[in-house]
Design a binder for this molecule. Sequence first.
Ligand SMILES: Nc1nc2c(c(=O)[nH]1)N[C@H]1C(S)=C(S)[C@@H](COP(=O)(O)OP(=O)(O)OC[C@H]3O[C@@H](n4cnc5c(=O)[nH]c(N)nc54)[C@H](O)[C@@H]3O)O[C@H]1N2
Ligand SMILES: Nc1nc2c(c(=O)[nH]1)N[C@H]1C(S)=C(S)[C@@H](COP(=O)(O)OP(=O)(O)OC[C@H]3O[C@@H](n4cnc5c(=O)[nH]c(N)nc54)[C@H](O)[C@@H]3O)O[C@H]1N2
Ligand code: SF4
Ligand SMILES: [Mo]
Length: 740
Amino acid sequence: MSRTALRICPLCEATCGLVLTVSDDRVTGARGDRDDVFSAGFICPKGASFAELDGDPDRLTRPLVRRGDELVEVSWDEAFAAVAEGLGKVPGRDVAVYLGNPNAHTIAGALYAPLIIKALGTRNVFSASTLDQMPKQVAQGYLYGNAFAFTVPDLDRTDHLVSIGANPLVSNGSVATAADFGGKLKALRRRGGRVTVIDPSRTRTAELADCHLAPRPGTDAALLFSVVNVLFAEGLVSPDLGGLAEHVTGLEQVRALAADFPPTAVAPYCGVSVTDIRDLARSIAAAPRAAVYGRIGTSTVEFGTLGSWLIDVVNIVTGNLDRPGGAMFPLGPTAPAPRPPKPGRGFTTGRWHSRVSGHPEIASEFPATALAEEIDTPGDGQLRALITVAGNPVLSAPDGRRLAAALDGLGFMLSIDPYLNETTRHADVILPPPPPSQAAHFDVVLSNVAVRNNARYSPPVLPLAGRPGEAEIMSRVALLIMGAGLDADPALADQQVIAMTLAKETADPRSPVAGRDVAELTAMLPPGPGYERRLDMMLRLGPYGDAFGADPDGLTLNTVKAAPHGVDLGPLQPRIPAVLRTPSGKVELAPQALVADAARLAKVLDRPPVGFMLIGRRHLRSNNSWMHNLPALAGGTNRCTLQIHPDDAQRLGLAELALVKGPGGEVTVPVEVTDTIRPGVVSIPHGWGHDIAGTRLGVAATQPGVNVNQLNDGSYLDPLSGTAVLNGLPVEISAAVRPG
Ligand SMILES: Nc1nc2c(c(=O)[nH]1)N[C@H]1C(S)=C(S)[C@@H](COP(=O)(O)OP(=O)(O)OC[C@H]3O[C@@H](n4cnc5c(=O)[nH]c(N)nc54)[C@H](O)[C@@H]3O)O[C@H]1N2
Ligand SMILES: Nc1nc2c(c(=O)[nH]1)N[C@H]1C(S)=C(S)[C@@H](COP(=O)(O)OP(=O)(O)OC[C@H]3O[C@@H](n4cnc5c(=O)[nH]c(N)nc54)[C@H](O)[C@@H]3O)O[C@H]1N2
Ligand code: SF4
Ligand SMILES: [Mo]
């Protein structure tokens, strides 16, 4: 007997609604849900492989615990006992936590990972954010006083999308949750709008664009500064900043800073012509509504924060911030309900520093690249234990070889992860969460970056097969750290959060439940799993919530559940000034940290270009390091190759294989000659290198590829955000021959 069930796809940021086919106790197929209010039937090859991913025989079904050199299967009770013992030996402050990307996609990652960090009381928090979007968060922190005030392009209403350093046709969009990003770009062009793509590679997104500029990697900040320069020089700055003038400070300082970046000074450095820079500025200003949008290629570079800031500066000075068709602030259903604006404390970094290199804390994190040195450098405060949740930093972060060696020196390592992979193989205990079919889904994180506000919930499609869900796993770990013991009811963790949240809300005169009784509100939460109670609480306190009955038309978890294809909450709405938390209560356009970094950028404009610059790329049928184990997604063009321009390949006499040397090591990789890439630039995708012994990734091991991040020694960071430079890394290339 087969049936169908609805399930939001957790595999990338597009959050498509899927219709799963289920036979007995397993998922057998997946298609797009045409009735989903957000994705309207869109699906990609990864979503279509949901059944294979869910049922991958290499997924761990039982916990593994280290006995000598071996990881052996044990019962859940034994595994939790091993966690209690292992963590019991180390003070919480000496335990590090590394949070990987899928935490942004799971309820457990959003609601329970913070409990583990809090229970430990550790400042040693690391995550994939410093391999990714941290520069944007820092820029937002300074501009808006809130590192979580994400601006996203209003794709459905813009007249000109400028995509810089992003390839949404392949990545399906990121920090701009939009199902069918490609379809939205085509629709934009059909309604007479324009798409500009700025990328050293002629990607699939560039192929679709009206205009493609291919700058030298790492130079986006200078290019954008020059755009600002032209906007001022040619009188193209919106006189009232699109109605925001009274809410913006620092415009004159930005004008003065941009004076150092005229197109004539910047063009040779960026490798983009003076005419192209001017035309870019003019075309943004000319569009009735335009939005500049940037991602990995602008973020994970030497001037990542400056570039991310300049993206919003261009949006602001052209009058495109916070208005339909421009760059807008989403308002997710579990965000706190908007309150009357008040000045905030602003954004600060460096409240504490890392032990070895003195990296400032940024958004309460240290750079992912500093994890290895914090473990392998002796001294007071040396990290002695590590918890990884949904992360594979041995492949995702620079210099995995050093990190792997460091992990072996830890007193204790716990990984919460479904796979025995390059990172988790070093763990003393692996607690595997169930496959997605057995987990509920709600996009706590990603609905705050969606290009259309919405609320959608998927209950588990299949019952837990005699194992704890990920929320329960994390609750139990948090409770063990708090000393609550092995028998503590995991619901205790949720009870604590609910009690604390409601106490705070009822005491806050600006809250929708100000002055209400905590016990009365608690009694209104539904029976059921703790995560559902917490989601219900968040929805009810949120911007569209029922405020615990005060607004009977407002959302609760039940009303969201009653709409299995989701609740559409409408197009994005202007949110300034309510969203601002800067000390001045305004958008602070010229924060001191960025003014200082502009001077650092001005100094490199005449730096001579190096030999080759390495960039990355993604493939539609993969996802970072962990989807190479599915036969349906493997092979074809989904391969780990070095892309190089034909002229460069010929000059170097490259045939089959190339030897690539970088600051952190060397790799030998198959050559793929293509004129889609700018001369002087080469590209290798990340997440490969599955030839390490001791993993259980049967399919991935047959086509391992190489770990591009071994070329990187991790010393090269964007200083304002602690984010690793993963794009624009200088490398040397020569011909290699196949051994034997
Ligand atoms: N050179 C280069 N390096 C890069 C990048 C690049 O562009 N170039 N991109 C960077 C970016 S943007 C990112 S986000 C990082 C990613 O860095 P990481 O997050 O460290 O790595 P992932 O490969 O995403 O690994 C995800 C892990 O989560 C596990 N997992 C999958 N689903 C679940 C789940 O439901 N629960 C749990 N607990 N675990 C799960 C997988 O088995 C895997 O171990 O890589 C970065 N590294
Ligand atoms: N299929 C698939 N989808 C994914 C992922 C995946 O691995 N596979 N990963 C997910 C994750 S974790 C993330 S963060 C997102 C990332 O989403 P995107 O950022 O859209 O994805 P990328 O393919 O990394 O695109 C970065 C682009 O920047 C270009 N680039 C490199 N250096 C520079 C530069 O200096 N300047 C400019 N202007 N461009 C540059 C690259 O050529 C590349 O085309 O994708 C998510 N979605
Ligand atoms: S685009 Fe992303 S969310 Fe949609 S089906 Fe593909 S992997 Fe899933
Ligand atoms: Mo990412």
